[in-house]
Design a protein around this ligand. Structure first.
Ligand code: GUN
Ligand code: FE
Length: 433
């Protein structure tokens, strides 16, 4: 039987290079199975058709003029276990918010049925918003975190899933014991591997660099190295919060051990010093920018432009439930708004714009998660994670719409779009919405 080739024909927008947006009006993307085999403009489509017609069973999807094909959106930092707290406690700053709202909610994840309901809802809603990849924080419970991985697999999303670790800096009812800390994390990683999903990987997730003593933290980092896993954690989110990084998890306060491995993913990074920015550059670490959460919890406004100028890869995180939406469109809007706020009164400050935000939500996010060989844009050889957007839908957020170019549709989607404007979602070539 002839091999199937899926062909998407229509307006296509993606980032081929950092912070640059390319538009292929009436172009095409062709895939075999999960992988992109050809991409081009209207002219090259005719040539492509000439080479394939006889050999393949072609499944052709022709986009409407109002639709645009964009890469799947990437949420580089989100706490799936905090979903039912969205919008609550936003009158508090991060530490009291954690103690009054977050830790009590995460405790509920001990209940597997609760976890299942919560995680199914999160993954489904994230896909509805066009989030094809997420780097999740679960709660401290191994079996609950495994349920999150099951929800991801069931709904066909791509994800890094972390069982959160902390043996201190939490209430007595919600910290791990020194004994279970490592054994449970090893069990978590091994169980994830047993699922043999090409879409889900474990990620080492210490809550913050100071959330365990040095010995435990080193064991945890060692476990990550043993299995070749990335590390994600929070860093310099608020001034009142955890005083971190320059004083890593220490018994000895003078200890300056650099325990975090290369390419660690740090969420927030609102208050980094020049030395800390340089330390991130030197360790090829990356930043998950969480602007909605930073505003809600009054942590501060991250100077993303400074991080970009330093050469650090920056992606966007919803940080639910510090952030109050799983939508990357909301994260993009907040990223642009926060950068605008920083520019007020400064003549020579160049705020980031919608193109930068779109890059951070797609290829930038893939680089942050070290997945840019697999996803992030429509380069030949990558997996097809994609979203079809349309601002001209019935009962959508905008009732009256003149014809738009592909780039205009994308701008409207970033500033005014929601899940009603996400028509279809594909992960690894498979339709999941
Ligand atoms: N710092 C440590 N844990 C958390 C968390 O769950 N959310 C946020 N926003 N900051 C944190
Ligand atoms: Fe967070």
């Amino acid at each position: 039987m002839a091999e199937t080739l899926q062909l998407f024909v229509g307006n296509i927008v993606h980032c081929e290079k950092p912070y640059e947006v390319s538009s292929l009006e009436k172009g095409f993307v062709a895939l075999k199975g999960n992988k992109i085999v050809s991409v081009g403009d209207a002219t090259s489509l005719a040539n492509f058709r000439a080479t394939i017609e006889v050999k393949y069973n072609i499944l052709e999807y022709i986009l409407k003029d109002s639709q645009v094909l964009i890469p799947g959106l990437i949420d580089t930092h989100v706490h799936a276990c905090q979903y039912s707290n969205v919008g609550l406690g936003m009158d508090l700053k991060v530490v009291p918010w954690l103690w009054e709202h977050t830790f009590p909610l995460e405790l509920k994840c001990k209940d597997i049925e609760y976890s299942r309901r919560c995680y199914d809802a999160v993954v489904k809603k994230a896909l509805d918003y066009g989030t094809t990849t997420a780097s999740y924080n679960a709660a401290i419970y191994t079996d609950s975190a495994l349920v999150l991985a099951d929800s991801v697999i069931k709904h066909g999303q791509r994800a890094l899933v972390g069982k959160v670790n902390h043996t201190r800096q939490g209430p007595d009812y919600y910290v791990e014991t020194h004994k279970e800390f490592i054994d449970e994390t090893r069990r978590f990683i091994e169980e994830i591997q047993k699922k043999k999903s090409s879409l889900v990987q474990a990620i080492i997730t210490p809550r913050s660099p100071t959330c365990s003593d040095l010995e435990n933290m080193e064991l945890l980092i060692g476990l990550g190295k043993e299995f070749g896993l990335r590390v994600q954690t929070h860093l310099k989110e608020s001034l009142e919060g955890f005083k971190v990084f320059t004083t890593p998890p220490v018994k000895n306060p003078n200890c300056k051990t650099k325990i975090f491995p290369k390419k660690t993913i740090y969420a927030h990074c609102v208050h980094l010093s020049e030395e800390e920015i340089q330390a991130l550059v030197n360790s090829e670490s990356t930043v998950s920018h969480c602007p909605n959460s930073n505003v809600n919890l009054r942590s501060g406004i991250c100077d993303v432009r400074a991080l970009i100028k330093a050469g650090i890869h920056v992606g966007l995180g919803t940080d639910v439930s510090g952030g109050c939406s799983l939508s990357l469109m909301n994260a993009m809007r907040y990223a642009v708004a926060c950068s605008n706020f920083l520019s007020f009164g400064k003549d020579n400050y160049e705020p980031i714009g919608w193109r930068d935000a779109f890059y951070m939500a797609t290829l930038g996010g893939a680089k942050v998660l070290d997945l840019d060989k697999e996803i992030g844009n429509f380069e030949v050889g990558k997996e097809f994670d994609a979203v079809i957007i349309d601002m001209n839908v019935k009962d959508g957020p905008i009732d009256y719409l003149e014809d738009c170019s592909a780039l205009e549709t994308l701008q409207k989607f970033i500033y005014a779009g929601d899940d009603r404007n996400v028509v279809s979602v594909y992960v690894a070539g498979r339709k999941v919405k």
